[in-house]
Design a protein around this ligand. Structure first.
Ligand code: ADP
Ligand code: MG
Length: 696
């Protein structure tokens, strides 16, 4: 037997059950089974006292005492239940059976010293347990270990695959453990970090003797996951660092200084200053900068981008700033052109819709070096676009640019340009700092001081009239309103119908105002006209689908009403909310929803109401959806951990990162004898999964 052996060959499983287990739980090999970790444990080693219970315990518990006063009670016409008292030396609780036979009733031992086990609930000032397990034999009642509970499904237990079944199968597997797995961490590391060895960890995670032992095993297995993940990234980073030379930008000169002293329209926030310093330090070196700049919507990334481009100019290099959509590129172009108005520095815009004549000029000016700052879309990546000496490329909204496109940028210069990637979709700090090791990370964690936080409220259908009235008051103060509808799949007829009904309802109520609409089914020209109608203030209300998520900037809009908000994801809600709060006025976000909400929707809405902090929101989002989703499909699978939680285990992640850094510093090829087991494990585990982290 090996780790790859299919579970159908294990004793007591067989083809049928193996198929079922694979379908329901995705477990197909011995290794899958070993890493099918319990979700909790039954603790039969401890005897609880009734008098010491203060609230409902989280798990099933065991008590020792006597059953007295059994009686049948008719509680509804034709329905009986069996009630009893259970006493220990500290108190009394009720026992209840709703399903029982006469035989069972007779078998309940009265006034005898026994153990009962089950879930305790607290009701009307009384503790009670329904359908307790009863055991008279002390030896059987008190087991030496905690018993694992596996997250089987209803479906499985109906088909005869119970928790007990998994306990048995895994228990017998564990006997073979020394033949199946071997240690994969260096001995000295385990010693210095007081980590349990691997074989014991597997044993103890399934059948720990006590909770301390469980915690030790848990820590060891989490560490292992974090460690090998870090090792993968560490190796990749090493590989990159040795390859990518960069152009050093040693000076800050007149372009930067003149702008900073004469044209800066506001004082930079401390976060902006700090980030600029980090960028400066990177670009001074003769290795390529590869930096991710995270900052919430409105945190002022554009200014950082511009100042960075001015430094490139001071060092005699060209820069480009790329945005994922034409609207965004145009917006950047407008604001940067305005900022540079009095400096004499030329900027140009290149997008898919640039005219041929204009393109020709741009191509020429880029090649002869006349143009230093270029703004555009993917159009910049085209082979025809050649630079004289591209020294810096800034990418706004990294999520929409793939690795391949980044690589294309590199090729625009002999020595690859410094790269700055900016994103407003915050990646949780723990995740970014620890796992994005191929990019260095800067964070703008502060908004400009004059901002008023957006007030967010949750409202339901019954509140609609008061929501509309509130919107009317805002309009009367001169503000504008968005109503956003979900159109998840733009072709979904039902969504479309809802949107149209929504439009009608809004138009009916707001008869004396102008209402305009944009949605994904419209032609671009029509969209533009309607958008313009709103942006210019001619329309007071915009009814829209999520097409407005990116790129709309109407500072006078102060209310964002999101319809059926329970259907939006958290980051989408946050992005939508970011469309208001851009001016000096107090802004509002109103989340409309159904009365009935799933637990997850409730969490999402509650989070939005409680905080404006994009980082906090992304952390909750990650907890709800898992990290793979947040990082995009490209990375998913790589960060699907079995045990490790990127949020709760940040201490372990940090320790593992330090450990890996130290190892790679001293033995980057992993040739030291102490590192052989680790290397072999790494190669076996990550071969194919991690193309980027080869050991050669
Ligand atoms: P984002 O990070 O979302 O790209 P922007 O760069 O578009 O944000 O900045 C949002 C707004 O904040 C802009 O109008 C910009 O001029 C303004 N802004 C940026 N930095 C500051 C600052 N330090 N003080 C005041 N306003 C600022
Ligand atoms: Mg921006």
């Amino acid at each position: 037997m090996t780790l790859e052996t299919s579970i159908e060959f294990l004793k007591n499983i067989g083809t049928e059950r193996a198929k079922l287990i694979k379908n329901v739980l995705g477990i197909s090999t011995v290794e899958d089974l070993l890493t099918f970790y319990p979700i909790r444990y039954i603790d039969k080693s401890k005897i609880y006292k009734i008098g010491a219970l203060t609230k409902e315990p989280d798990a099933d518990i065991q008590l020792r005492g006597k059953i007295t006063d059994i009686q049948e009670v008719v509680y509804e016409k034709g329905k009986k239940r069996l009630s009893a008292k259970f006493r220990d030396e500290t108190g009394t609780m009720d026992l209840v059976w709703f399903r029982y036979t006469n035989w069972m009733k007779e078998a309940i031992p009265l006034n005898k010293d026994i153990f009962i086990f089950g879930k305790v609930s607290f009701f009307n000032g009384n503790f009670s347990m329904s359908h307790p397990e009863i055991e008279a034999d002390e030896k059987k009642a008190i087991s030496g270990t905690l018993l694992p509970v596996y997250s089987g499904s209803e479906k499985l237990s109906k088909r005869g695959i119970s928790n007990k079944f998994f306990q048995n199968v895994i228990y017998s597997l564990l006997k073979d453990l020394p033949n199946l797995i071997s240690e994969n961490l260096p001995n000295y590391l385990m010693k210095s970090l007081k980590l349990m060895d691997r074989i014991n960890a597997y044993y103890d995670i399934h059948f720990p003797k006590n909770f301390r032992q469980f915690e030790e095993a848990d820590r060891r297995l989490k560490f292992e996951e974090a460690f090998f993940f870090q090792l993968g990234y560490g190796l990749k980073k090493l590989h990159q660092k040795t390859k990518s030379f960069g152009n050093p930008f040693p000076i800050v000169g007149d372009y930067f200084n003149n702008f900073y002293e004469n044209n800066l329209p506001f004082e930079l926030t401390n976060a902006q200053k700090r980030v600029l310093k980090e960028i400066r330090t990177d670009m001074k070196r003769s290795t390529q900068m590869n930096r991710l700049l995270q900052g919430d919507v409105g945190s002022g990334k554009t200014m950082v981008a511009l100042l960075t481009m001015l430094i490139a100019m001071d060092n005699g290099f060209q820069s480009c700033l790329m945005a994922p959509t034409e609207i965004l590129a145009q917006q950047h172009f407008n604001s940067i052109q305005e900022l540079l108005e009095n400096t004499g520095i030329k900027v140009r815009l290149l997008t898919g819709s640039s005219k041929t004549k204009e393109r020709k000029i741009i191509h020429e000016e880029l090649e002869n070096g006349e143009l230093s700052i270029m703004i555009g879309t993917h159009a910049i990546l085209e082979d025809k676009v050649k630079f004289k000496n591209l020294g810096l490329a800034i990418i706004d909204e990294q999520h929409r640019f793939g690795v391949a496109q980044r690589a294309k940028l590199w090729a625009k210069n002999n020595i690859p340009p410094h790269i700055l990637v900016m994103t407003a979709t915050p990646i949780p700090r723990t995740l970014a700092m620890s796992f994005y090791s191929d990019l260095d990370v800067s964070v703008i964690d502060e908004l400009p001081a004059n901002r008023k936080p957006i007030i967010t409220a949750h409202r339901r259908e019954k509140d609609r009239l008061s929501v509309y009235n509130f919107c009317r008051e805002e309009i009367e103060k001169g503000r504008q309103i968005y109503f956003v509808y979900p159109l998840i799949e733009e072709s979904e007829t039902l969504d479309y119908k809802n949107l149209m009904e929504g439009l009608e309802s809004v138009m009916n109520f707001f008869k004396s105002y102008n209402v305009t609409m944009v949605h994904g089914r419209m032609k671009p020209a029509e969209k533009d006209i309607n958008m313009q109608f709103f942006a210019s203030g001619q329309a007071q209300i915009m009814v829209a689908t999520t097409v407005i998520e990116v790129g709309v900037n109407v500072p006078n809009a102060s209310v964002m009403v999101i319809e059926s908000s329970e259907r939006f994801g958290l980051s989408q809600l946050h992005q939508l909310r970011g469309r208001v709060g851009r001016g000096a006025e107090q802004s509002y976000c109103i989340l409309m929803s159904d009365d009935k909400l799933s637990k997850e929707s409730r969490t999402r809405i509650k989070t939005m109401v409680q905080t404006n902090d994009g980082f906090k929101i992304s952390e909750v989002d990650m907890e709800l959806r898992g990290p793979g989703d947040i990082l995009g499909t490209q990375q998913s699978g790589v960060v699907d951990f079995k045990k490790l939680s990127l949020i709760e285990d940040s201490a372990i992640i940090k320790t593992s990162k330090l450990a890996v850094e130290k190892i790679l510093e001293q033995d980057s090829l992993l040739n030291h004898p102490d590192h052989q087991m680790m290397k072999q494990y790494y190669i076996r585990q990550y071969k194919g999964k991690n193309k980027w982290a080869q050991i050669s």
